[in-house]
Ligand binder design. Structure first.
Ligand SMILES: Cc1cc2nc3c(=O)[nH]c(=O)nc-3n(C[C@H](O)[C@H](O)[C@H](O)COP(=O)(O)OP(=O)(O)OC[C@H]3O[C@@H](n4cnc5c(N)ncnc54)[C@H](O)[C@@H]3O)c2cc1C
Length: 341
């Protein structure tokens, strides 16, 4: 069979860039597809804070934070609260990721030129007992240059792959179908969208100008989450959190549309844990929005005062930055979908 490349990667966010960069190092040919125009390369990570999870790092030790692989794994398992048969692979992932974060992750990034702010933050702190939710020590390492500083080395490696003739970048290519032959997914079909001159992160047009079909030995889906489509968020809303809030703001650009998950499922992918989603409750409407309904999260300051709609202080440990899902559950139990921060 004639293949267009060894591998097709769907989505040029950080995951797709990292996968492509590693494939280039292995000498593979890659077609990297994205529905957005070239100026939005890097996806959500460009907008992110670039906060990274390392375990027992030099930055932590300098601040006399005692961390270990065992403590980090205990915190991860306490937060994930795995309790379903389909948690088999997420549990393997938890173990592999803690190995990585306590092992080669920092030096791997450092070799690529990524540097870290010497003060380690304490995100998702939990505040319950030792086996409960959250990080029991500060582990949030901030990248110098925040999100763009993290995207840059991977984009550089991918563009070097283009220069070597190993990578083809195809923007405005929106995947709409995956097909299998001989048991594995090897065909990707979709629509070519009209060129777009929007600013990075803005919603681009969906006007179709053509179609494409590509084949490869392997297909990697790195299409991001569902946060940009609130209908999809509501449809998958966890029962335990009650009714979804009437008003929500969006922390992610419109391209985080979740469509690719349904497309993968139609091709036989086994999707799990759709109701395990993450929401920040410290969100406010951006006064100068880049995407529709753009919300920004306020990082917790040391003296934040947080009150429910009736003016009651939120109960311990529902402080900003401690347990956002626990806080969401509490807020929804008050009968109002807002707080005073
Ligand atoms: C404001 C903000 C702050 C954050 N802060 C942090 C932080 O401090 N630390 C941290 O670890 N994480 C943080 N995150 C989360 C992190 O940035 C994201 O989880 C991560 O960047 C997701 O990368 P991704 O490549 O999986 O997906 P994305 O960045 O969403 O990229 C997916 C790409 O796939 C493309 N795509 C989707 N569907 C299709 C299709 N059908 N056809 C073609 N292309 C398609 C999209 O256009 C997009 O370019 C933050 C996120 C935001 C928005």
């Amino acid at each position: 069979m004639a293949y267009d490349a060894d591998v097709i990667v769907i989505g040029a966010g950080l995951a797709g860039l990292a996968a492509t960069a590693e494939l280039v190092d292995a000498g593979r040919t890659v077609i990297l597809l994205d529905q957005e125009p070239e100026q939005s390369i890097g996806g959500q990570a460009h907008w992110s804070f670039g906060g990274l999870f390392f375990v027992d790092s030099p930055e932590q030790r300098r601040l006399r934070i005692k961390d270990s692989h065992a403590l980090a794994l205990q915190d991860w398992l306490g937060t994930a609260a795995f309790d379903r048969p389909e948690d088999h692979w997420p549990r393997q992932w938890a173990e592999a990721y803690v190995d990585f974060a306590a092992g080669e992750k920092r030096s791997w990034l450092h070799r690529q030129g990524v540097r870290f702010f010497p003060v380690v933050g304490w995100a998702e702190r939990g505040g319950y007992d030792a086996n409960g939710h959250g990080n029991s020590v500060p582990r949030f390492h901030i990248t110098w240059g925040t999100g763009p500083g993290l995207v840059a080395p991977f984009e550089r490696r991918v563009r070097a792959g283009v220069a070597r003739g190993l990578v083809q970048l195809r923007f405005r290519h929106r995947v709409t179908g995956l097909a299998r032959s001989a048991g594995s997914v090897d065909t990707v079909t979709g629509e070519v969208l009209e060129p777009s001159g929007i600013e990075r992160g803005q919603a681009s047009s969906r006007t179709v100008t053509g179609a494409f079909e590509l084949k490869a030995q392997a297909v990697i889906v790195t299409s991001g989450g569902i946060g940009g489509d609130h209908d999809l968020v509501r449809a998958n809303w966890p029962e335990r959190l009650g009714t979804p809030p009437e008003r929500m703001v969006s922390g992610v650009p419109a391209h985080v549309d979740g469509r690719m998950l349904g497309i993968a499922e139609d091709a036989g992918a086994h999707l799990i844990n759709r109701d395990r989603m993450w929401h920040y409750t410290e969100g406010i409407q951006n006064w100068n929005p880049i995407w529709a309904n753009h919300g920004i999260r306020i990082l917790p300051g040391p003296s934040s005062l947080w009150l429910d709609a009736r003016g009651n202080r939120l109960p311990v440990p529902l402080f900003p930055g401690f347990d956002t899902l626990g806080t969401l559950e509490h807020i929804m139990s008050t009968g109002y979908d807002y707080t005073w921060f």
